[in-house]
Ligand binder design. Structure first.
Ligand SMILES: O=P(O)(O)OC[C@H]1O[C@H](O[C@H]2O[C@H](CO)[C@@H](O)[C@H](O)[C@H]2O)[C@H](O)[C@@H](O)[C@@H]1O
Ligand SMILES: O=c1ccn([C@@H]2O[C@H](COP(=O)(O)OP(=O)(O)O)[C@@H](O)[C@H]2O)c(=O)[nH]1
Length: 461
């Protein structure tokens, strides 16, 4: 049997799982639990002199192999190139992109170091599945070291068209590296189209009748594999959470009001400011909602050393404070803002108590929170999902109220519609959404990606 080697920047170690938020780790872990194998990546730690060999831990059929970065590498690679250059660029935010050659070099060096370690860990016949924008240079680095294994690459975040992507000075290096993979996977058709456009119109490549893409002298497959969730797990968590102390506290404190919930990493791609303004707009235009709703926004700290994230935190505090200041009454505040990470089992309970799940990113690869919210609902009294059209999740979640997160008025109207929605319509929409989640769950995502990878033709163009 072939062994699966998963490679991602972040590895969710068994001991610190509850402490970190992020859909990639949740998805990868659950895929590895099913197949067993090895997970290689960054430990999440920095040290002055990282050990020359990865630290290896075995648990539950998975071998975890992790390396540390130095503080300087963490700064230039993770805070710098990954999260101040690639992240804003790939989320269509050219105005936020910061670029420096030093950070680009650090990114290339870390990708090369990952390849050095993998070259010693990987056996012939292993299948390598690389995840996300932090490791776009890795397929090329692995080939440079002579590895002939099947390599798959999955991009969890959006890919903009070449008009935007080519602003990146290293666009050719990174796309040239992806071309060394056997399969490149995306969350949506729009991301795949952007990749194809790059191949055809920027790299002078072509598309073969069987769908394979040729560019930079290589032939590879590319496809859409939208990530899903473990629906049964989330359903069970939500039912169990009814007895959780924090969930009870939330439910008791809401009393007869209607709860609107937002759950995100604190990230500008998630549209938290626009969302708070939309709640303010609702209370301004429909004052009868005063004292009848509560909006709970959980914003889990993320990338806290990056300047733009620090600034956003201050902006959210200011924005929530303004809306509360304007609309609060002596015994009620409309917005409860929590700047911390909650374990998923508690989130499941919070989702179930909420009448509205407000998921309005300005741009998002998928957004697993939208899917978790739906799976956690009580079938006899389900809540309503209000979802941004710019989340990958919007592609197949047609039972949601779909909104443009840049349109505050439309969002306030959607909230009003959700809060007033009669039970039969809520149930009908929920059944439709659950159908979509079940047809395309986490197992479907990893199985279909790995099946396609294992059967893809492997040849240079
Ligand atoms: O590792 P961090 O810097 O702490 O960030 C957490 C993860 O955020 C991003 O998640 C993405 O993947 C999700 C699952 O496919 C998807 O639903 C979401 O839309 C994406 O934003 C990031 O892509 C990961 O690499 C990070 O680990
Ligand atoms: O306090 C929190 C906030 C979020 N999450 C989890 O983090 C993931 C976020 O994934 P999503 O795809 O929505 O966005 P990402 O953060 O990966 O961009 C979901 O599984 C959430 O349940 C969590 O465990 N605790």
């Amino acid at each position: 049997m072939t062994r699966l080697i998963v490679v991602s920047n972040r590895v969710a170690m068994p001991r610190d799982r509850a402490a970190r938020a992020g859909g990639l780790a949740v998805g990868v872990l659950s895929a590895l639990k099913r197949s067993g194998g090895m997970w290689f990546g960054w430990s999440g730690e920095t040290s002055e002199s990282p050990a020359p060999q990865p630290k290896v831990v075995k648990s539950g059929g998975i071998t975890y192999a992790t390396i540390d970065f130095t503080a300087d590498e963490f700064d230039a690679y993770y805070n710098g190139y990954c999260n101040s250059t690639l992240w804003p660029l790939l989320h269509y935010r050219l105005g936020l992109v910061e670029h420096s050659r030093q950070n680009q070099d650090a990114y290339m060096r870390i990708n090369a170091r990952f390849a050095d370690h993998l070259a010693t860990l990987v056996r012939p016949g292993d299948v390598i599945w690389i995840h996300d924008y932090q490791l776009m240079a890795l397929p090329g680095e692995l080939r440079l070291r002579g590895l002939r294994n099947r390599i798959g690459f999955f991009l969890h975040i959006p890919l903009p068209g070449p008009e935007i992507f080519c602003a990146l000075p290293a666009h050719k290096q990174l796309m040239g590296s992806l071309a060394e993979a056997d399969l490149v996977g995306f969350q949506t058709e729009s991301d795949l189209r952007a990749f194809r456009d790059y191949a055809l119109y920027e790299a002078g490549g072509s598309q073969r009748p069987d769908g394979a893409i040729e560019m930079f002298g290589r032939r590879l497959r590319a496809g859409v594999f939208p990530i899903g969730i473990d629906v049964e797990e989330m359903k069970a968590l939500a039912v169990e959470a009814e007895n959780d102390e924090e969930v009870r506290r939330l439910a008791d404190s809401i009393s007869s009001r209607q709860l609107i919930i937002g759950v995100d990493r604190l990230d500008y791609s998630k549209g938290i400011l626009n969302r708070i303004d939309a709640v303010g707009e609702l209370l301004t235009t429909r004052p009868d909602y005063r004292n009848r709703i509560t909006f709970v926004q959980i914003a889990a700290p993320s990338r806290i050393d990056v300047a733009r994230y620090k600034k956003l935190r201050r902006e959210i505090e200011g924005c929530a404070g303004r809306v509360n200041g304007k609309h609060a009454e002596i015994d009620w505040v409309p917005i409860r803002y929590l700047n911390r990470v909650f374990p998923r089992r508690q989130l499941a309970g919070f989702y179930r108590v909420a009448r509205v799940g407000l998921v309005t990113p300005l741009r998002d690869g998928m957004n697993l929170v939208a899917k978790e919210y739906v799976a956690a609902q009580n079938p006899s009294d389900p809540g309503v999902l209000v979802l941004s059209r710019f989340a990958g999740a919007a592609r197949d979640m047609k039972g949601a109220i779909i909104v443009n997160p840049f349109d505050q008025v439309e969002m306030a109207e959607a909230l009003d519609q959700a809060l007033r929605m009669p039970l039969p319509e809520r149930q009908e929409r929920w059944r439709k959404l659950m159908g979509a989640l079940q047809r395309n769950d986490l197992a479907t995502w990893s199985d279909s990606f790995l099946d396609t990878l294992n059967t893809s033709e492997r040849a240079a163009a």
